[in-house]
Write a protein that binds this ligand. Structure first.
Ligand code: SF4
Length: 351
């Protein structure tokens, strides 16, 4: 039994859970390859140009799995993650989109998860996820869900403790918690605010986090924060939670904008994303009020690496100069003013 999971969009939120859950039930999880230019262009060719980059990438990953011979593709419709906290229409309608644009012979496994609907609870969603494999034993499904929760909880624990994303992911799915934390000290700290499906797709955001590391800049992300910290961050931006993935944008931005140890904030959003354009507007206004440097980067399939890197370098260079200037200023404030001594012969000397 094999299930194909496209390495895109919701994969970046739920993969440790899905891996633990399916694996416990004896279903082998097959991932699509990492995003390449070819995956992006194949996906883009199937949808209208205005579609946001993450959805184009998702379509490309479904095609990649089909090319590998996988005929059961997991594509849940995640409507809401809490009462009246909805995903954007593109994530909610993902199975409909795939069914309409990928005209090939395969089984789309498309359970719905809607926390705003009392009739649709989490276990019904899980039962629908494995029904195509003939698995209907509710006790077994519940047991498997515990393994899924253990995997995702381990992942969250490691990320909140500062473990790097890929290391946390690979240990979490092996059922391990390894707190291998980078203790290095950095002169500059920035917050990078983006959705996981942008930030951890090396092709989309061109390894932005690794590039910052090379520039000796410590990047902080939403995964280091607890849900309560992100909820408070949303309040600090004088707004209310509406979108399901708002925690990782406005929540993280609100938190980091108010931190003195964060020298600047970088937001990375996809061109054509409605929810993000609203969120970025609020983040930009608050950054202006708090006088916190902010760099907004927008990505699409035509974004060139050279321009992207130049903007990152220019921003971090400005942060280094700003920090140097503020250190010099505080040092100058500590040096006492030269005193003027009146000598007997009325000569003035200063020391
Ligand atoms: S939130 Fe924005 S980027 Fe994400 S799928 Fe929806 S439209 Fe696309």
């Amino acid at each position: 039994m094999k299930i194909g999971i496209p390495r895109a969009l919701t994969y970046h939120n739920y993969y440790p859970f899905w891996y633990g859950f399916f694996n416990k039930l004896g279903i082998e999880v097959v991932l699509s390859d990492k995003t390449t230019k070819q995956i992006v262009s194949k996906g883009s060719s199937k949808v209208v140009p205005e579609t946001c980059l993450p959805v184009k990438i998702y379509v490309g990953h479904v095609l990649n799995l089909l090319d590998k011979g996988i005929d059961k593709i997991y594509c849940p419709s995640i409507q809401s993650i809490d009462n009246k906290i909805y995903n954007c229409s593109k994530i909610r309608g993902l199975p409909d989109l795939i069914r309409n644009v990928v005209k090939r012979d395969f089984t789309l496994i498309e359970p719905t998860l809607d926390k705003s609907d009392d009739a649709n609870n989490f276990y019904i969603y899980l039962q629908e996820s494995v029904k195509p494999f003939g698995i209907t034993d509710k006790k077994l499904i519940k047991e498997a869900s515990k393994v899924g929760w253990a995997c995702i909880n381990n992942y969250n624990l490691m990320r909140q403790s500062g473990v790097e994303h890929n290391k946390a992911l690979s240990n979490a799915i092996k059922g391990r918690v390894v707190l291998d934390i980078n203790e290095q000290e950095y002169p500059i700290h920035v917050a990078v605010v983006s959705h996981g499906y942008n930030l951890y797709d090396d092709h989309s955001t061109m390894k932005a986090l690794q590039k910052l590391e090379k520039l000796e800049v410590k990047a902080h992300t939403a995964e280091e924060l607890s849900i309560d910290q992100m909820k408070n961050g949303i309040k600090l931006l004088d707004t209310e939670l509406y979108w399901a993935n708002e925690h990782e944008m406005t929540g993280a931005a609100g938190h980091y904008l108010n931190r003195a140890n964060i020298d600047g904030v970088i937001s990375i959003t996809a061109f054509g994303c409605g929810p993000d354009s609203l969120m970025i507007d609020r983040i930009t206004r608050k950054a202006r009020v708090l006088k916190k440097p902010l760099l907004n980067l927008t990505i699409d399939e035509h974004t060139g690496e050279a321009g992207f890197v130049t903007r990152l370098e220019a921003f971090t260079d400005m942060l280094f100069r700003k920090k140097r200037a503020s250190i010099l200023q505080s040092l100058n404030e500590q040096i006492p003013e030269p005193q003027v001594i009146q000598k007997e012969d009325n000569d003035r000397v200063s020391r």
